[in-house]
Design a protein around this ligand. Structure first.
Ligand SMILES: Nc1ncnc2c1ncn2[C@@H]1O[C@H](COP(=O)(O)OP(=O)(O)O)[C@@H](O)[C@H]1O
Ligand SMILES: [Mg+2]
Length: 404
């Protein structure tokens, strides 16, 4: 048997889908390191489960891996899908001499300032940026890029604590509020305008073997700035068109410049009003926001297995053939508190129910989500991009989440 360590602080359904695919690979004995143990049937996915107090602590994870190693032998791989554990996983691999992404590569995909420096040095288009530690850093960068400007933590995620500032006054107040200092700089970026989307790949041996492109409707930042907007993500039916050539070109180069060998990548791109493309950021993990699931639906394949094959076997079972347009509408509404109900479902279902592949409705009583992914979602699939886009439009016009 091949011991494979799967690190997952929390047993979320979206994470366990990857674990199921890993457990099904030939000869794999899947060993879990978790903060909260999976229950019921999900526990059976793993030959063993070690619980740690802090699932983000490299030291605690290392003790757990060491214990598993003594019991089951040298792990063949140490894997996990969450953004916030990628550097720790790489450190564990280095410590135990296990193949896979190394710490420097993992950090380049995680630290947005280092990432942008490296991409820009290779001639790839990224927003101008600076690490702001003092008021004078802020003044200098302000003179360079003007307003609006974007501020964010250097290794944030989910657009948490990412926002736009429109004036010097906003800027100084924000860096004060974010506690910018020499030890904890704030990342400032030139404001990119235009359309945003993702470019996602499965990469083996340093070569992207297959990819997917999505549109964000609208950008996550606009969704967070406007509480009435319900976010959608759309995978067009065809991505072999000239409009996507530049996205694919910079996306493939970005992976090679940052040096990923085996795994999924998730890049965000902007197309500016003048048509030029810029890279927003890139991660070396499968995409969230149901994009992994949607890639499976668009190409009629098991995307979780594709991930497991890449990170555990270094293999790709392709090529992929895109056969459908797929989109996801993320449900939310105005107001605060807990979900009290969802209206418009019957009307939406009558209009576009035939396109619905998956629906996870907001759970009554659940606290309102602070994420652009909202409190529930509906995934649609159609023969053309237009039909999928119209179905998403109908859903977000009709379905509303209520809170009390
Ligand atoms: N330089 C920028 N210009 C315009 N919008 C930006 C910029 N940086 C980030 N954003 C917006 O904020 C969102 C979150 O920022 P991002 O860098 O992707 O961090 P996260 O890791 O939180 O996803 C992006 O999806 C985009 O909509
Ligand atoms: Mg992002």
């Amino acid at each position: 048997m091949r011991p494979v360590v799967f690190v997952a602080p929390f047993p979320l359904e979206t994470t366990l889908r990857f674990a199921r695919a890993a457990a099904r690979l030939h000869g794999v004995r899947l060993l879990a390191v978790v903060q909260e143990a999976p229950r019921g049937h999900d526990r059976k996915l793993f030959s063993d489960v070690v619980t740690v107090k802090d699932g983000l602590s490299t030291g605690q994870l290392a003790e757990a891996v060491d214990w598993l190693r003594k019991k089951y032998g040298q792990p063949q791989r140490i894997v996990g899908v969450l953004e916030v554990i990628q550097v720790q996983l790489a450190k564990l691999r280095e410590h135990f001499g296990v193949p896979g992404t190394d710490p420097d590569t993992a950090d380049l995909f995680r630290d947005k300032a280092r990432m942008k420096d490296r991409l820009r040095a290779a001639g790839l288009p990224v927003a101008k940026h600076a690490l702001i530690r003092t008021r004078s850093d802020a003044e200098q960068f302000m003179r360079l890029v003007g307003f609006p400007m974007v501020l964010k933590p250097p290794a944030g995620m989910g657009a948490k604590a990412t926002f736009r500032v429109n004036s010097a006054e906003d800027l100084f107040r924000a860096i004060g509020g974010m506690g910018a200092s020499a030890q904890s700089p704030v990342l400032a970026e030139e404001f990119l305008t235009g359309v945003e989307g993702s470019f996602d790949t499965v990469t083996t041996g340093g070569v992207p073997r297959a990819d997917s492109i999505s549109y964000y409707l609208p950008t996550p930042l606009q969704v967070l700035e406007n509480p009435w907007i319900q976010w959608c993500c759309l995978l067009p039916r065809s991505i072999e068109t000239p409009e996507f050539a530049a996205v694919r070109d910079v996306g493939i180069q970005a992976i090679q410049v940052l040096g990923l060998r085996d795994g999924f990548t998730h890049m965000e791109w902007f197309r500016r009003p003048d048509g030029s493309v810029a890279i927003g950021e890139i991660a070396q993990r499968p995409p969230g926001a149901n994009i992994t699931r949607m890639i499976g639906l668009a190409n009629e394949l098991d995307p979780y297995r594709a991930w497991a094959r890449a990170v555990i076997d270094g293999a790709f079972d392709g090529p992929w053939h895109r056969r459908h347009a797929v989109g996801c509408a993320f449900l939310r509404g105005m107001g605060r508190g807990r979900v009290s109900g969802t209206s418009g479902l019957a009307e939406a279902n009558a209009a576009v129910g035939r396109y619905v592949e998956e629906a996870e409705l907001p759970r009554v009583g659940a606290p309102k989500s602070d994420s652009y992914e909202g409190d529930g979602h509906v995934i649609v699939r159609a023969a053309s991009t237009d039909v999928a886009r119209r179905a998403l439009g109908k859903i977000i016009e009709t379905v509303k989440v209520h809170y009390a």
